[in-house]
Structures are given as structure tokens and as C-alpha cells.
Design a protein around this ligand. Structure first.
Ligand SMILES: [Zn+2]
Ligand SMILES: [Zn+2]
Length: 234
């Protein structure tokens, strides 16, 4: 079956995410757009994931994930087979975060929400900072938890492995990379050994992807989807 995806969406937990990016709004917009699979990947946290998954139910496949910022200020998307595994990564990140408090009036609020879009808390530590984990450690930790790490938006001039390190470290077990532009063809030539995913990195509802990129798998299951991160997307 052909499943249209957007594996990089921020909720209102990310300070840079619009306050309209609530669990219900994200799920409903994804359904409205005709997507089959999404991942809500907040910066260094997955605190709204439980609510998103509850809202989605079996209407939309939600791949548990988050966008981790490494010590080198490289963004890495981490996807997991279960919510518990993703929350395990979150716990580890909490132990390696910088003790910098958020200033909502400058950076924006970091709302935790329930499945009714009610605010149930606010993250006090700023989520958009580097963690103390190197890119190697992020890959290793994600793998240990059964997850897949994917260098984010390698086509961008900031917070990407290419912009910050200048190259993809050859010893990193990378099987997939993400671009946020639609023009896959230009990247497919240079990155032919990797699975390339293309996502929106939406911070606003209207930016959630149109049904443009898809994957073909036999079963609409997270584990199938993760397996396919090492195969070819369209
Ligand atoms: Zn990013
Ligand atoms: Zn992002």
C-alpha cells in the first residue's frame, strides 16, 4: 500500500511551534491533507506525543519521534517503534540538557497538552538548545532503544550535519537522511546510497505537508515504516 507521510512536524511544545499546533489540530490537518503517516518531532522532547497518538487512534499512523539537537548543534530526527522507547530517549535527554530556563516572552511558550487540547503544563527548560550528547551518542542511544536516527534537513544551511560538520561522518550508521525541500531529484544523485525522506518541518498548521511523498509498505505499522527507512522512499 502507498502511504503518504510527513515525518517532521512540531507541536506547541516546541517554543518555535505555533500555539495552534495542538494535538487535535495537527491530527485533523494531517487527515484533511490526506496524509496516512505523521511524526510529531518536537525539539528534545516528546511530551505531547501521547496526546497526539491518543487523538489519532487508528485514523492516522503516528511514528513516535523527536528532533534531537546534538552537542555539535546538529539536528537529528529519532524515530522509535513505541511511545515507551521514545519516552526512554526523552528521559536520557533530560539528563544531558543544558540548565537553561525558557523565556516564553522571547522564545515562545512550550505547552504540554492532553488529548482534549487542554494545557496540562509548560516545560520550564528551553528545548531549543544543544544537548550534551554528541551525534555519535545520539545515534547509539536511539539504536539501543530500537530506534532509527536520521540527520535532519541536510539541505539547509544551519543545524544540519552538512552545514555544521561539513560532511557525514563515515563511521555513523546512517541509512536515511532528510531534506525539507521538495526537489528530491537533485539530492538523489549525490545521496543514492541513502534513503531520502522529505518532510515539511512544519511549525504552523498550513505548512504540514501535502500528500506528495509516499512509501510503499505491506502493513500500516510503525515497525514496517521504520524498516523502510533503510529502503527507498518516493
Ligand atoms: Zn531542525
Ligand atoms: Zn524541526
Amino acid at each position: 500500500m502507498k502511504l503518504y507521510y510527513d515525518l517532521h512536524i512540531h507541536s506547541c511544545l516546541s517554543p518555535c511551534g505555533d500555539e495552534d499546533m495542538t494535538p487535535n489540530n495537527i491530527v485533523n490537518m494531517a487527515l484533511l491533507k490526506g496524509l496516512d503517516v505523521i511524526a510529531v518531532t518536537d525539539h528534545n522532547s516528546c511530551g505531547n506525543l501521547r496526546a497526539v497518538m491518543e487523538v489519532a487512534g487508528d485514523r492516522l499512523l503516528v511514528v513516535p519521534g523527536m528532533e534531537v539537537e546534538t552537542a555539535e548543534e546538529v539536528h537529528v530526527l529519532c524515530y522509535f517503534p513505541t511511545l515507551a522507547a521514545c519516552e526512554g530517549m526523552w528521559q536520557i535527554l533530560k539528563e544531558h540538557r543544558l540548565p537553561v530556563k525558557n523565556k516564553p516572552e522571547i522564545f515562545g511558550h512550550q505547552w504540554y497538552m492532553d488529548a482534549e487540547d487542554e494545557i496540562v503544563g509548560e516545560e520550564e527548560y528551553l528545548l531549543t538548545t544543544a544537548t550534551g550528547l554528541t551525534i555519535e551518542e545520539v545515534f547509539k542511544t536511539a539504536q539501543t532503544l530500537g530506534g532509527v536516527a536520521v540527520p535532519a534537513h541536510i539541505d539547509r544551511s544551519s543545524y544540519s550535519v552538512i552545514s555544521n560538520l561539513g560532511f557525514l561522518p563515515p563511521h555513523l550508521p546512517v541509512t536515511a537522511v532528510e531534506i525539507t525541500g521538495r526537489n528530491l531529484e537533485t539530492w538523489e544523485k549525490d545521496w543514492k546510497d541513502y534513503t531520502i525522506i522529505s518532510d515539511s518541518d512544519a511549525h504552523y498548521l498550513g505548512d504540514i505537508a501535502e500528500p506528495f511523498h509516499y512509501v510503499e509498505i505491506n502493513d500500516k505499522k510503525v515497525c514496517e515504516f521504520l524498516d523502510n527507512l533503510t529502503k527507498k522512499f518516493c
